[in-house]
Design a protein around this ligand. Structure first.
Ligand code: DAT
Length: 172
């Protein structure tokens, strides 16, 4: 079995991680993992956040659940945070970035309102997830990708596919 890399797609909710991750999986043959969905399926929760009206992720159980598959390689992980995962899991980290006005529209059409909407847009303005990624991983494996248009999506796909092919060549 060929060695394959693990890729982390992160960024504020609504920046396009799922859209990119699913398409990347189709084109690369790597396996897409949506951490939010994984947690929901396994009920990997530890309490409920009243303020944001959402369950709180049980980070230890999420990590335990994924560790064996991560060690095998070939996964694309999608989550709106990144400092809960072990550094050793990922060979490259992409932080997707979207312009504020566009993100606002996307989140509004997802049904976000009030504080939840405002806080998520602010998270993007303050580049919170980018800073989290730069703290949690070696800076030279962290890359920002613009995610504003279908052209951006296509460029990102092509870049990541090229990187993946090269990685597989170099490690087999
Ligand atoms: P995330 O998984 O980061 O929460 P998503 O993939 O669900 O984001 O995308 C949120 C919305 O934005 C969805 O309606 C698709 C759209 N979208 C994603 N990537 C885009 C892009 N590059 N250009 C325009 N719209 C995009």
């Amino acid at each position: 079995m060929k060695k394959r890399p693990n890729i982390l797609l992160t960024g504020t909710p609504g920046v396009g991680k799922t859209t990119l991750g699913r398409e990347l999986a189709l084109r690369s043959g790597l396996t897409y993992v949506n951490v939010g969905e994984l947690a929901e399926e396994g009920q990997l929760y530890d309490g409920y956040d009243e303020e944001y009206q959402c369950p709180i992720l049980d980070e230890d159980r999420v990590v335990d659940e994924l560790d064996e598959r991560m060690m095998e390689g070939g996964l694309i992980v999608d989550y709106h945070g990144c400092d809960l995962f072990p550094e050793r899991w990922f060979h490259i980290v992409f932080v997707l970035r979207t312009d504020n006005t566009q993100l606002y529209t996307r989140l509004e059409s997802r049904g976000y309102t009030g504080k939840k909407l405002k806080d998520n847009v602010q998270c993007e303005i303050f580049q919170t997830i980018y800073e989290e990624a730069m703290e949690a991983y070696s800076e030279d494996i962290v890359h920002q990708l613009p995610s504003n248009s279908p052209e951006d999506l296509e460029n990102n796909l092509e870049q990541i596919l090229q990187w993946t092919e090269q990685w597989i060549k170099d490690h087999n």
